[in-house]
Design a protein around this ligand. Structure first.
Ligand SMILES: [Ca+2]
Ligand SMILES: [Ca+2]
Length: 177
């Protein structure tokens, strides 16, 4: 596994621990889903419930695959092992990536506006400098929009332990190459 992937995993663990108690559990996903949905006022109920479903599936998959000691929580050590078998998370992360990206495209244009992108990524917990750097890395159009597919792909890449030098590295280091 690359150092870049380890850093990405460590960052996402700290964000998924939405209530900041040091472990990931079901409540964190409810909390984060609420925050993200609140940041997408222009989206319809179908897109919002798709995201809620994706967040719940995300937790169910983590609990099933990673909660080695069966205490109903996933700690950092347990979480880090997710990178050893990324294929077990592909479908779940795919649904999450699609649901999040779709939430950012309320008009169904196939692209996400920077303002909406920033609001959603801020709700997840990323820092502004990192969000801006990622958006710029996704080759925004002259209207300052990025394709929904490019965003969804970058989310999947983010969790792929084999990937280095990807757009998502900017979420860890804004100036990443
Ligand atoms: Ca927590
Ligand atoms: Ca555990």
């Amino acid at each position: 596994m690359s150092t870049a992937a380890t850093d990405r995993v460590g960052l996402v663990f700290s964000l998924l621990d939405a209530n900041g108690n040091g472990v990931i559990e079901a409540d964190d996903f409810e909390l984060m889903a609420g925050r993200v949905i609140a940041a997408a006022p222009a989206s319809d109920d179908a897109a919002k419930s798709a995201l809620l479903h994706a967040f719940r599936r995300y937790w169910t998959t983590l609990a099933t695959e990673l909660d080695a000691d069966g205490d109903g929580r996933v700690d950092l050590d347990e979480f880090t092992s997710c990178v050893l078998s990324p294929e077990r998370f592909e479908a779940t992360l795919g649904e999450f990536a699609e649901a999040l990206a779709a939430l950012g495209d309320p008009d169904g244009r196939g692209s996400v506006d920077r303002t909406v992108f920033t609001a959603l990524m801020t709700a997840i917990g990323f820092e502004r400098a990192n969000i801006d750097a990622l958006f710029d890395a996704l080759s925004p159009s002259p209207e300052d929009r990025v394709p929904v597919t490019a965003w969804a792909d970058s989310i999947r890449d983010y969790y792929d332990p084999q990937k280095t030098g990807i757009a998502g590295d900017r979420l860890v280091t804004p100036g990443a190459p």
